[in-house]
Design a protein around this ligand. Sequence first.
Ligand code: HSE
Length: 315
Amino acid sequence: MTKKQTMTNNKIKVFAPASIANVSCGFDVFGFAIPKLGDFVEVWFNDTGKLIIESITGAEGLPTEPELNVTTVAAKALLDAVGEKRGVSFSIQKTVMPGSGLGSSSSAAVAGAFAVNELLGNPFTRKELLPFAGAGEQLASNQLHFDNVAPSLLGGFSVIRSNKEMDVLSISYPDDLWIVAAHQQVEIKTKQAKRMLGQTMPISNAVIQFGNVAGLVLALTSHNYDLLGRSMVDMLAEPKRSTLIPQYDEAKKATLAAGAIGTNIAGSGPTIFSFCKGKESAQKVLQAYKKVFQHANIKVNYYQFQINPQGAIRV
Ligand code: HSE
C-alpha cells in the first residue's frame, strides 16, 4: 500500500455530476459541471475478493461485468493502485442518460473512483483521483480526455491545458451566468462522434480557433459577456456534428434571437446548450427552445441551471 488508509465497513454513497464539455471552441479542453444530474454510486466491502455490480438503475443496457463497466473500471484502477485485495460491491443509480452529451461516462467514472476512495478513508486527494477516473472514461471513449471528468470531479469550469500531462486548471466565471440545455432523446456515441471529425484541420481554421479559445477564457474570467458571445465560435466539431442533431440550426438561431449569449453543442451531442446572462434571460431562451422543438414535434428534456461549483460529493 502506497498511502495510509483508514478503513470503514459502512456503506458509502457518493454523487458525481454530469457536465458539458467542449463549450464551443474548446474541443477536449473546456468543461463545466451541472447541478443535480449525474451518477449516485453506493459501495461496500464484500468477502468474495471480487468487484460485484449489485444493481444499475436509471439507464438500460449498461454492462454489469466489472471489467466492462466504466464505474468499476475506474474503481479498480484505484483499488489496484493501493493494493486493496478485498472485494467491493456497487449499486449504481444514473440520472443522466448515456449518449446525451452530458458526460454520462465521466460522471460514472468519477463516482466509481470517488466512492472507493471514500470507502478506503481517502488515501488520495480529490485531484489525485483524475487518472483513476480517466481510466474509466478511456474505456467509454477510446481516448483519454478530461474535459468531462475534471469538472465532474472538481466542480466549476475546467480548462485542460494538456490531456496527456493531465494538467487541469480551474477558471472563474460570472456569478450571473446561467445555462439552458435541451436534450433530445437520440443517442450519439462519443467514439463515433470523434471519428467523424477526422485527424486534421486547416491552419486558417486553427488560427480562428486559437483566437476564440483565448477570447473565451478572458471573457469568463473578466465577466465580459460581449466577448463571450463573440468567442463561442467552433471551427472544429460544430460544423460536422451539428448535422447529427435535428433542428440544430433552428434552435441556435431562435435562442440567439431570444438573447442567448451563445449556443453550441454539449460535448458530442445531441444536447444543445446556451449561455445566458441572468435567470430572466435564461427563461426567455428556454421558451425559444420549446417553441422550436414543439413545432418540430420532438420530445426534449430541458434543464436550466448555474454551474455546479462542488463536483463530486459524499451524500
Ligand atoms: N471532448 C469530447 C468530444 C467530449 O467532444 O468528443 C465528449 O466526450
